[in-house]
Design a protein around this ligand. Structure first.
Ligand SMILES: Nc1ncnc2c1ncn2[C@@H]1O[C@H](COP(=O)(O)OP(=O)(O)O)[C@@H](O)[C@H]1O
Ligand SMILES: [Mg+2]
Length: 259
Protein backbone atom coordinates (compact mmCIF):
# COMPACT_ATOMS: atom_id res chain seq x y z
CA UNK A 1 0.00 0.00 0.00
CA UNK A 2 1.34 3.38 -0.97
CA UNK A 3 2.59 5.76 1.68
CA UNK A 4 1.28 9.27 1.11
CA UNK A 5 3.47 12.34 1.61
CA UNK A 6 1.90 15.79 1.87
CA UNK A 7 4.23 18.62 0.84
CA UNK A 8 3.25 21.85 2.54
CA UNK A 9 4.18 25.26 3.85
CA UNK A 10 2.18 28.12 5.32
CA UNK A 11 2.59 30.31 2.24
CA UNK A 12 3.21 30.32 -1.50
CA UNK A 13 6.46 30.51 -3.38
CA UNK A 14 8.42 28.13 -1.17
CA UNK A 15 8.96 25.56 -3.92
CA UNK A 16 6.26 23.06 -2.85
CA UNK A 17 4.92 22.39 -6.30
CA UNK A 18 8.37 22.15 -7.83
CA UNK A 19 9.28 19.70 -5.07
CA UNK A 20 6.27 17.47 -5.78
CA UNK A 21 6.89 17.64 -9.52
CA UNK A 22 10.60 16.90 -9.32
CA UNK A 23 10.50 14.29 -6.56
CA UNK A 24 7.84 12.50 -8.63
CA UNK A 25 10.17 12.63 -11.63
CA UNK A 26 13.14 11.27 -9.69
CA UNK A 27 11.19 8.51 -7.95
CA UNK A 28 9.53 7.40 -11.18
CA UNK A 29 12.95 7.17 -12.81
CA UNK A 30 13.88 4.84 -9.96
CA UNK A 31 11.04 2.53 -10.95
CA UNK A 32 8.51 3.59 -8.32
CA UNK A 33 4.85 4.04 -9.15
CA UNK A 34 4.08 7.57 -7.97
CA UNK A 35 0.69 9.28 -7.95
CA UNK A 36 0.87 13.09 -7.81
CA UNK A 37 -2.18 14.88 -6.40
CA UNK A 38 -2.77 18.60 -6.98
CA UNK A 39 -4.65 20.19 -4.07
CA UNK A 40 -4.12 23.80 -5.14
CA UNK A 41 -6.91 25.60 -7.04
CA UNK A 42 -4.17 27.41 -8.96
CA UNK A 43 -3.40 24.08 -10.62
CA UNK A 44 0.33 24.73 -10.94
CA UNK A 45 1.24 21.09 -10.50
CA UNK A 46 -1.21 20.10 -13.23
CA UNK A 47 0.41 22.70 -15.50
CA UNK A 48 3.92 21.53 -14.65
CA UNK A 49 2.88 18.02 -15.67
CA UNK A 50 1.17 19.30 -18.82
CA UNK A 51 -2.25 17.90 -17.93
CA UNK A 52 -4.69 19.31 -20.52
CA UNK A 53 -6.61 22.22 -18.91
CA UNK A 54 -9.95 20.58 -19.77
CA UNK A 55 -9.08 17.23 -18.17
CA UNK A 56 -12.09 15.97 -16.24
CA UNK A 57 -12.94 14.95 -13.60
CA UNK A 58 -10.49 16.74 -11.31
CA UNK A 59 -9.81 16.64 -7.59
CA UNK A 60 -12.71 19.10 -7.12
CA UNK A 61 -15.33 16.50 -8.14
CA UNK A 62 -13.54 13.87 -6.10
CA UNK A 63 -13.65 15.89 -2.88
CA UNK A 64 -17.31 16.80 -3.28
CA UNK A 65 -18.32 13.21 -4.03
CA UNK A 66 -19.07 13.61 -7.74
CA UNK A 67 -16.31 11.32 -9.01
CA UNK A 68 -14.04 8.56 -7.81
CA UNK A 69 -10.38 9.35 -7.40
CA UNK A 70 -9.55 6.58 -9.86
CA UNK A 71 -11.51 8.39 -12.58
CA UNK A 72 -9.65 11.62 -11.85
CA UNK A 73 -6.21 10.13 -12.52
CA UNK A 74 -4.75 11.43 -15.77
CA UNK A 75 -1.31 9.93 -16.47
CA UNK A 76 -0.68 9.38 -12.76
CA UNK A 77 -1.65 12.96 -11.90
CA UNK A 78 -4.88 14.03 -10.18
CA UNK A 79 -5.25 17.58 -11.50
CA UNK A 80 -6.81 20.64 -9.94
CA UNK A 81 -8.38 23.73 -11.47
CA UNK A 82 -10.09 26.87 -10.21
CA UNK A 83 -13.25 24.81 -9.62
CA UNK A 84 -11.42 23.47 -6.55
CA UNK A 85 -11.94 26.82 -4.80
CA UNK A 86 -15.70 26.36 -5.06
CA UNK A 87 -15.44 22.71 -4.08
CA UNK A 88 -13.59 23.78 -0.93
CA UNK A 89 -16.51 26.05 0.01
CA UNK A 90 -19.01 23.23 -0.56
CA UNK A 91 -16.90 20.82 1.42
CA UNK A 92 -16.63 23.25 4.32
CA UNK A 93 -20.30 22.80 5.19
CA UNK A 94 -20.20 19.02 5.39
CA UNK A 95 -19.65 16.43 8.10
CA UNK A 96 -16.30 14.75 7.78
CA UNK A 97 -14.98 17.58 5.63
CA UNK A 98 -11.40 16.91 6.76
CA UNK A 99 -11.59 13.28 5.65
CA UNK A 100 -12.63 13.64 2.02
CA UNK A 101 -9.20 13.04 0.46
CA UNK A 102 -8.30 10.24 2.87
CA UNK A 103 -11.48 8.37 1.94
CA UNK A 104 -11.04 8.97 -1.77
CA UNK A 105 -7.43 7.76 -1.78
CA UNK A 106 -8.27 4.38 -0.22
CA UNK A 107 -9.34 2.95 -3.57
CA UNK A 108 -6.07 3.53 -5.36
CA UNK A 109 -3.38 3.11 -2.70
CA UNK A 110 -2.72 -0.46 -3.77
CA UNK A 111 -1.85 0.69 -7.29
CA UNK A 112 1.04 2.93 -6.23
CA UNK A 113 4.23 2.87 -4.19
CA UNK A 114 3.96 6.51 -3.17
CA UNK A 115 1.41 9.30 -3.32
CA UNK A 116 2.71 12.88 -3.29
CA UNK A 117 0.20 15.58 -2.40
CA UNK A 118 0.86 19.20 -3.39
CA UNK A 119 -0.88 21.46 -0.87
CA UNK A 120 -2.10 25.00 -1.54
CA UNK A 121 -0.32 28.04 -0.06
CA UNK A 122 -2.32 28.27 3.17
CA UNK A 123 -3.17 26.04 6.09
CA UNK A 124 -6.91 25.89 5.32
CA UNK A 125 -9.28 23.00 4.73
CA UNK A 126 -7.55 21.70 1.59
CA UNK A 127 -4.19 21.45 3.31
CA UNK A 128 -5.91 19.82 6.29
CA UNK A 129 -7.31 17.24 3.87
CA UNK A 130 -3.79 16.71 2.55
CA UNK A 131 -2.22 16.03 5.94
CA UNK A 132 -5.15 13.96 7.23
CA UNK A 133 -4.81 11.71 4.16
CA UNK A 134 -1.03 11.54 4.50
CA UNK A 135 1.30 9.27 6.43
CA UNK A 136 4.11 11.81 6.26
CA UNK A 137 4.40 15.59 6.06
CA UNK A 138 7.29 17.23 4.25
CA UNK A 139 7.70 20.94 4.94
CA UNK A 140 9.24 23.17 2.31
CA UNK A 141 10.81 26.32 3.77
CA UNK A 142 12.02 29.17 1.65
CA UNK A 143 15.48 30.38 2.57
CA UNK A 144 14.46 33.71 4.05
CA UNK A 145 14.20 35.36 7.40
CA UNK A 146 10.71 34.20 8.37
CA UNK A 147 11.31 30.56 7.48
CA UNK A 148 11.43 29.48 11.10
CA UNK A 149 8.09 31.11 11.96
CA UNK A 150 6.53 29.44 8.94
CA UNK A 151 7.75 26.04 10.11
CA UNK A 152 6.38 26.65 13.62
CA UNK A 153 2.94 27.39 12.16
CA UNK A 154 2.96 24.25 10.07
CA UNK A 155 4.07 22.11 13.01
CA UNK A 156 1.23 23.49 15.14
CA UNK A 157 -1.19 22.58 12.40
CA UNK A 158 0.25 19.06 12.17
CA UNK A 159 -0.30 18.67 15.93
CA UNK A 160 -3.96 19.59 15.54
CA UNK A 161 -4.34 17.15 12.63
CA UNK A 162 -2.76 14.41 14.75
CA UNK A 163 -5.01 15.12 17.72
CA UNK A 164 -8.21 15.15 15.73
CA UNK A 165 -7.82 12.77 12.82
CA UNK A 166 -4.48 11.17 12.15
CA UNK A 167 -2.41 10.23 15.17
CA UNK A 168 0.10 8.32 13.04
CA UNK A 169 1.03 11.36 10.94
CA UNK A 170 4.81 11.52 10.80
CA UNK A 171 6.87 14.63 10.25
CA UNK A 172 9.25 13.53 7.51
CA UNK A 173 11.35 16.68 7.76
CA UNK A 174 11.89 20.19 6.50
CA UNK A 175 13.85 21.08 3.38
CA UNK A 176 15.40 24.49 2.83
CA UNK A 177 14.28 25.48 -0.64
CA UNK A 178 15.14 28.20 -3.16
CA UNK A 179 18.38 28.65 -1.25
CA UNK A 180 21.45 30.57 -2.26
CA UNK A 181 23.98 29.13 0.14
CA UNK A 182 26.58 31.61 -1.09
CA UNK A 183 24.74 34.28 0.88
CA UNK A 184 25.14 34.69 4.62
CA UNK A 185 21.38 35.05 4.83
CA UNK A 186 20.63 31.58 3.47
CA UNK A 187 23.36 30.00 5.56
CA UNK A 188 22.02 31.66 8.70
CA UNK A 189 18.50 30.48 7.92
CA UNK A 190 19.78 26.93 7.50
CA UNK A 191 21.76 27.15 10.74
CA UNK A 192 18.71 28.45 12.61
CA UNK A 193 16.57 25.58 11.32
CA UNK A 194 19.28 23.08 12.26
CA UNK A 195 19.59 24.50 15.73
CA UNK A 196 15.85 24.29 16.31
CA UNK A 197 15.03 21.02 14.56
CA UNK A 198 18.30 19.09 14.26
CA UNK A 199 18.05 15.93 12.18
CA UNK A 200 14.56 16.82 10.99
CA UNK A 201 16.24 19.28 8.62
CA UNK A 202 17.29 17.60 5.38
CA UNK A 203 21.01 17.80 4.68
CA UNK A 204 20.15 18.59 1.08
CA UNK A 205 19.19 22.16 0.28
CA UNK A 206 17.56 23.04 -3.04
CA UNK A 207 19.60 25.71 -4.76
CA UNK A 208 17.88 28.78 -6.17
CA UNK A 209 18.12 29.18 -9.92
CA UNK A 210 16.21 30.93 -12.66
CA UNK A 211 16.43 27.61 -14.50
CA UNK A 212 13.42 26.41 -12.46
CA UNK A 213 11.15 29.04 -13.96
CA UNK A 214 12.49 28.21 -17.44
CA UNK A 215 11.93 24.50 -17.01
CA UNK A 216 8.39 25.08 -15.69
CA UNK A 217 7.61 27.30 -18.66
CA UNK A 218 8.86 24.69 -21.12
CA UNK A 219 7.19 21.81 -19.28
CA UNK A 220 10.56 20.05 -19.06
CA UNK A 221 11.77 18.48 -15.84
CA UNK A 222 14.74 20.21 -14.24
CA UNK A 223 16.35 16.74 -14.35
CA UNK A 224 16.57 17.10 -18.13
CA UNK A 225 16.75 20.88 -18.43
CA UNK A 226 19.62 21.29 -15.95
CA UNK A 227 20.80 17.92 -14.58
CA UNK A 228 23.49 19.69 -12.54
CA UNK A 229 20.73 21.47 -10.56
CA UNK A 230 18.41 18.47 -10.68
CA UNK A 231 21.09 16.69 -8.64
CA UNK A 232 19.68 18.52 -5.58
CA UNK A 233 16.38 16.70 -5.98
CA UNK A 234 18.11 13.39 -6.63
CA UNK A 235 19.90 13.87 -3.30
CA UNK A 236 16.67 14.91 -1.56
CA UNK A 237 14.89 11.83 -2.95
CA UNK A 238 17.68 9.71 -1.46
CA UNK A 239 17.15 11.24 1.96
CA UNK A 240 13.37 10.87 1.65
CA UNK A 241 13.64 7.16 0.78
CA UNK A 242 16.09 6.63 3.62
CA UNK A 243 13.68 8.24 6.09
CA UNK A 244 10.76 6.20 4.75
CA UNK A 245 12.76 2.98 5.05
CA UNK A 246 12.59 0.03 2.64
CA UNK A 247 12.59 0.80 -1.10
CA UNK A 248 15.97 -0.96 -1.46
CA UNK A 249 15.73 -1.52 -5.22
CA UNK A 250 14.73 2.09 -5.81
CA UNK A 251 17.61 3.33 -3.69
CA UNK A 252 20.05 1.22 -5.72
CA UNK A 253 18.67 2.75 -8.92
CA UNK A 254 18.90 6.17 -7.37
CA UNK A 255 22.59 5.69 -6.61
CA UNK A 256 23.12 4.82 -10.28
CA UNK A 257 21.12 7.91 -11.28
CA UNK A 258 23.28 10.18 -9.13
CA UNK A 259 26.57 8.59 -10.31
N1 LIG B 1 14.96 26.20 -6.52
C1 LIG B 1 14.35 27.22 -7.12
N2 LIG B 1 15.03 28.32 -7.49
C2 LIG B 1 14.44 29.38 -8.09
N3 LIG B 1 13.13 29.40 -8.38
C3 LIG B 1 12.38 28.33 -8.04
C4 LIG B 1 12.94 27.19 -7.40
N4 LIG B 1 11.95 26.29 -7.19
C5 LIG B 1 10.84 26.85 -7.68
N5 LIG B 1 11.08 28.06 -8.20
C6 LIG B 1 10.16 29.01 -8.84
O1 LIG B 1 9.51 29.75 -7.83
C7 LIG B 1 8.13 29.88 -8.12
C8 LIG B 1 7.31 29.20 -7.03
O2 LIG B 1 7.64 27.82 -7.01
P1 LIG B 1 6.56 26.73 -6.67
O3 LIG B 1 7.22 25.42 -6.69
O4 LIG B 1 5.38 26.90 -7.57
O5 LIG B 1 6.21 27.15 -5.17
P2 LIG B 1 4.89 26.94 -4.29
O6 LIG B 1 4.20 25.72 -4.81
O7 LIG B 1 5.39 26.76 -2.90
O8 LIG B 1 4.07 28.18 -4.45
C9 LIG B 1 7.92 29.26 -9.48
O9 LIG B 1 8.00 30.27 -10.44
C10 LIG B 1 9.07 28.29 -9.63
O10 LIG B 1 9.44 28.10 -10.97
MG1 LIG C 1 2.28 25.47 -5.42
Amino acid sequence: MADAIAVLSQKGGTGKTTTVRTLSDVLRRCGLRVLAVDLDPQGNLSDYFDVPPDASPTIAEVLTGGASLRDAIHDDVVPAALSLAEAELQLAGRMGRELALKRALRDVRDDYDLVLVDCPPSLGLLTVNGVVAADHALISAEAQHFALQGVVQVLDMLDVARDLHNERLNWLGVVLNVADMRTVHSRETYAALKEEYGDEVFETTIRASIAYAESAERGVSILDHRPDLGADYVALAGEVLQRLGGFDAARRRLRRLSA
